[in-house]
Design a protein around this ligand. Structure first.
Ligand code: SF4
Length: 429
């Protein structure tokens, strides 16, 4: 129970013992509702109903860039002034909206009630609402709930809360079931397919992904489950899965050649794959990735970079940019540092890297201006002001929306950093 299977210790100490600068001031980060943007594309028979205000609806609609002809798989049940003043029964309203929605959209098999700041303010108990509605609509539709509110979550924590809410519903696997690899965290379908091909090539046949592409494809969990995290922001999901008997494989995250190799190595070691078989499965994709990174390195080597905290992807990205592309890390900010899940990443970061956890945005902006980085990775709210001061920025949100994991995406990942630099050079010419 709760076991962690270690990867071979081959990366030295790096930043393992580093104490980050802890900041608890004003922060500039999206709330957890943002996760709906990629989650609704992934789980194709799910619907995300935000129980929130018009502000929440605007955030989701503008961030997701809703297509006019598409029937979106998310929406907002608006809490208005009457609800906030306690004049209306919000539960009655919510039941009415859900009944209407499910009558009109029979393809929905999983409905998430997503909490927001307003639903928290009026203390609307969405977990009771989800149980009540689930009882009413099962077995055709399961209703779950989680919070994406800005009071409780930041940006990618919304995905963690969503996936964690699905775990109690996962069927239990038998103690005698064959070992199975469960890759946890939303990945683009094309990336999943690439990983399956590589893992099958090395002889690991039982590979599942969570979340599944369809809510009805329920994945079972138990002591036969080996968890490999594909995203670094899934602390709660991993915890509840371990409580169901699954074992967590210790690994870095599959960004760049080194990260992807070590991530796959962790799975290979755990399933007893012979080293020559492992190498054979990796030879071709590693060669392709090496060629694509060589081009990007010409532009990025020696350039300095500063990360504001945003998605929790900052440490793996910094490790990739410094070790594989020769960038200099000035500050690596992360909203939250999960030492256990980041253990291998920290060991791979160059010794002496300045790490910060949390945010006090004005102080961090002062540090950034004083260091004059060649590139700044930050949220949308900071990017425009910094660009107007002459800095080159990269929107952190793009790194979450774009398929960047795995060998065949390593070049695309590097290009996300070369593009703003080249654009700035062209403007200056
Ligand atoms: S959940 Fe809170 S922070 Fe997020 S959009 Fe709604 S009101 Fe704003």
């Amino acid at each position: 129970m709760n076991s962690v299977i270690p990867i071979r210790a081959e990366f030295g100490k790096g930043c393992t013992d580093v104490k980050p600068l802890m900041e608890r001031g004003q922060r500039e980060v999206f709330c957890g509702l943002t996760g709906i943007i990629w989650l609704h594309r992934k789980i194709q028979d799910a619907f995300f109903l935000v129980v929130g205000s018009r502000t929440c609806a605007h955030l989701i609609q503008s961030a997701a860039g809703v297509m006019i002809f598409a029937e979106p798989r998310f929406g907002t049940a608006i809490i208005d002034e009457r609800d906030l003043a306690g004049l209306a029964d919000a539960n009655v309203e919510l039941d009415r909206v859900v009944n209407q929605l499910l009558a009109r959209r029979p393809e929905i098999k999983l409905l998430f009630l997503v909490g927001s700041c307003p639903s928290e303010v009026i203390k609307l108990d969405l977990s009771r609402a989800a149980s009540r509605l689930s009882a009413q609509h099962s077995p055709a539709v399961r209703v779950l709930n989680y919070s994406g509110s800005g009071i409780e979550t930041t940006f990618t924590q919304g995905e963690d809360a969503c996936l964690a809410s699905m775990v109690p519903d996962m069927p239990s696997s038998s103690d005698k079931a064959e070992q199975e690899l469960l890759i946890v965290g939303t990945l683009a379908d094309v990336v999943e397919d690439q990983f399956v091909r590589i893992l099958n090539h090395m002889g690991i046949e039982r590979v599942r992904f969570f979340p599944p592409r369809r809510a009805q494809d329920q994945v079972s969990i138990g002591s036969n489950t080996r968890l490999l995290l594909a995203q670094p922001f899934l602390g709660e999901t991993a915890r509840v899965m371990q409580a169901r008997g699954a074992s967590l494989l210790s690994a870095p995250f599959p960004l760049g050649i080194e990260g992807t190799t070590a991530w796959l190595q962790s799975a290979a070691s755990s399933f007893g794959v012979a080293q020559d078989r492992f190498q054979a499965a990796l030879t071709a994709p590693v060669a392709r990735a090496t060629a694509s990174l060589a081009r990007a390195k010409l532009h990025l080597e020696g350039k300095s970079i500063f990360f504001f905290p945003d998605s929790q992807l900052e440490i793996p990205l910094a490790r990739f940019l410094s070790r594989e592309l020769g960038m200099k890390l000035l500050e690596v900010g992360t909203p939250y540092l999960h030492r256990q899940h980041m253990a291998v990443e920290l060991a791979m970061l160059p010794e002496g890297t300045f790490l910060s956890e949390g945010q006090d945005v004005e102080k961090q902006l002062d540090r950034c201006r004083a260091l004059h980085p060649d590139m700044v990775v930050c949220g949308l709210g900071l990017a425009n002001p910094l660009e107007s001061e002459g800095m080159t920025t990269k929107w952190a949100i793009e790194l979450v929306f774009t398929p960047i994991q795995g060998f065949d995406q390593a070049g695309d990942l590097a290009e996300l950093f070369t593009r703003p630099l080249l654009r700035r050079m062209r403007l200056a010419a």
